[in-house]
Design a protein around this ligand. Sequence first.
Ligand SMILES: *Cc1c(COP(=O)(O)O)cnc(C)c1O
Length: 437
Amino acid sequence: MQFYSLNKISPNVNFKDATVNGQAPDKGLYFPENIPQIKKELIANIENISNEEIAFEVIKPYVGNTINEADLFSIVKETVNFPIPLVKVTDDIFSLELYHGPTLAFKDIGARFMSRCLGHFVKGSDKKVTVLVATSGDTGGAVANGFYNVPGVDVVILYPSGKVSSVQEKQLTTLGNNIHSLEVNGNFDDCQQMVKAAFLDDELNKKLFLTSANSINVARWLPQQFYYFFAYKQWVCSPSGDGGNPPVVCVPSGNFGNICAGLLANASGLPIKHFIAATNANDVVPQYFETQHYQPKKAVATISNAMDVGDPSNFVRIMEIFQQQFANLTAKVSSCSVTDATTKQTLLHVYNQHNYLCDPHGAVAYRALEDYLQLHPNNKGIFLETAHPVKFYDVVEPVIGQTVKVPDSIKEQLTKEKKSTMIGVDAEELKGFLMGM
Ligand SMILES: *Cc1c(COP(=O)(O)O)cnc(C)c1O
């Protein structure tokens, strides 16, 4: 399988080069030259097939011969070695809980897969790879955890001081070894600017092999298809599910990588009736659905902060799946925006009425799904719960008037001491740090 750049200037590359480069030299996102079709037997028999086998079948055509089958199978197995349950919330609405991985957010799946692939590709090379990433919270933790102690890879994470939750900060700063955290005295945009400057710096790039681990990397994007298949497997098995009638799936979206993976899975043959892209007040895509005019905006801060994105990078990939045709897109996808006030109301309502605790991102998706089902009766649906509510306890606890129980799996990490290096909003200071590594 070859990947082409959506800017159509750079040459096509295989999975290895797409992973190592991150973005094409012409700054385009990589896209697979064809969308492989899943074997019909896999869908028909899905309830008898293990998650690792499903994941292997889904990813193998993309990876091609860049990783041998035995190694790819181990990578896939390690990627999906935690539960991803489909939980009934109401008669019509199910939650796909993507937060049982090590950092309690869905980004664990993409980060675990990518880190193991990159580790595989640098094995035996004498040059170390340095992964440089800016985070507003969840990405950094997932990347740190995924790459922790992967030989041949150093990770440098920039995060805005005082602007991540305390749980997120511990996940970023307590691992040590090959994980380095830089606490930037600025905001997320400042962090991202500094990272961009480092990627353009010739002297730095001569000394270090720099790469990124953000969601535009194919090795983070493509494995996100896995759990749409796992959801379907549980859907057809569940006596309370809808048997042969495929689900409507609602995805809380920021950079639109997650929903884009679901759309790719569907284009490969996974039965999904309809997709809803739910956003917070950052409504560039819902606006596009209304006006057919794509107008990026400056992101505004909301309580579902992992979705505070004003120019979603994966939108171009979504359009490519639909041959750049608006009519094709709207036949399969709709989009809606949910305010913070409605998100809080929904969180409380679902907790009180259905005894189910959402995080703010999941609550956005729940609201959008319930509204859709009201207008489209005789359907049932799934919303993606992308983070554990404890990661956003500062929002959740005041809404429900109770504390959220910390899962045992992260208790120990929360007692560890933070290790980070303070730096200013200064590209030269970052360069100094990187040159000295
Ligand atoms: C990153 C993130 C999202 C948004 O996912 P995209 O792929 O960027 O659309 C939603 N919820 C949570 C909790 C996240 O961390």
